[in-house]
Design a protein around this ligand. Structure first.
Ligand SMILES: Cc1cc2nc3c(=O)[nH]c(=O)nc-3n(C[C@H](O)[C@H](O)[C@H](O)COP(=O)(O)OP(=O)(O)OC[C@H]3O[C@@H](n4cnc5c(N)ncnc54)[C@H](O)[C@@H]3O)c2cc1C
Length: 262
């Protein structure tokens, strides 16, 4: 909403604070390979592609997640936005300040939260949700419907059971009568907008251990309640790993920062 300073909120801590605690921090360093048997890891630093190696006694993997990119022609476009990191937030902020009509693809927590922000900023907002109701992973149907009618009262147009089939750049076409540059096609409708925000979920960044440990729900690294993977001395935490919930029989993929579920 622009009430707070985005940049100052975008990090929980700083390199300096961590180093003051005695933690060595290597930024612009990419782990390229992990061998769980020999306990070796290969990494590259900064812009140099020369592989370097190191050894570990215990390893905690926290490689996070990446946003799901739908297999739609036209999804790679300057006016199609993803929401994961600080750069994405700044790009969206710029978009919000300049443009008027937006389609949010995905009616989950992030999609609904962003839709409300756009609406409060005076934009015309569409939520396009493949499932038959919004927030279906978070709340029961009754509550979901109540939230939907609140959003609609605020002026947000909610389209459920609507799969986005295509996104088309119409900037130089006659289709764009009101000056909108993007057409979003669903099974039922064409919506002309200035930009599309894709918020249809995340996938775990688990490739480094993919063939070496047990992989669970949605490709997340399966861990027990002590965050141990199936390999000795290898742990995984955060968005790359599964979560154990007492009421749920199987370990599930739940990419949230606050997992304080009973
Ligand atoms: C818009 C948005 C809103 C959200 N709102 C909420 C909310 O309200 N409540 C909530 O609980 N959660 C929320 N979340 C989810 C929450 O942000 C994530 O669950 C959390 O940030 C995941 O942290 P992480 O450290 O596991 O992964 P990430 O934040 O994905 O960090 C992983 C890091 O690992 C690095 N990395 C990856 N591969 C390598 C490699 N090979 N070598 C070296 N480094 C590597 C990446 O560069 C990255 O910095 C939200 C997320 C988004 C995008």
């Amino acid at each position: 909403m622009g009430k707070n300073n985005l940049a100052s909120q975008s990090t929980y801590t700083s390199t300096r604070e961590l180093e003051d605690l005695g933690i060595h921090v290597k930024t612009r360093t990419t782990i390229e390979d992990i061998n769980t048997t020999t306990k070796q890891l290969t990494y590259t630093e900064k812009d140099d592609e020369t592989p370097l190696t190191d050894h570990f006694d215990k390893l905690v993997l926290a490689t996070g997640s990446y946003p799901v990119i739908p297999p739609i022609r036209g999804v790679i476009n300057d006016n199609v936005y993803f929401v994961k990191n600080k750069q994405d937030a700044f790009a969206l902020r710029k978009f919000m300040d300049k443009k008027k009509v937006v389609a949010v693809m995905g009616g989950g927590m992030i999609g609904v939260e962003l839709a409300r922000i756009f609406q409060k900023k005076g934009m015309e907002v569409y939520i396009v949700q493949a499932g038959n109701r919004i927030l279906n992973k978070y709340v029961d149907e009754e509550v979901g419907e109540e939230i939907r009618s609140l959003l609609e009262k605020e002026g947000i147009k909610v389209h459920t059971s609507s799969l986005v089939l295509d996104i088309k750049d119409i900037s130089s076409s006659k289709l764009s009568k009101k000056g909108q540059t993007i057409a979003v096609y669903t099974e039922h409708k064409q919506i002309n907008v200035d930009g599309v925000v894709v918020a249809i979920g995340f996938r775990p960044n688990s490739t480094l251990l993919m063939d070496q440990v047990l992989i669970g729900d949605r490709g997340a690294i399966e861990v027990d309640e002590y965050m141990r993977t199936s390999a000795d001395d290898i742990f995984a935490v955060g968005d790359c790993a599964t979560t154990t919930m007492k009421q749920v029989e199987h370990k599930i993929y739940l990419p949230h920062a606050l997992r304080c579920f009973p």
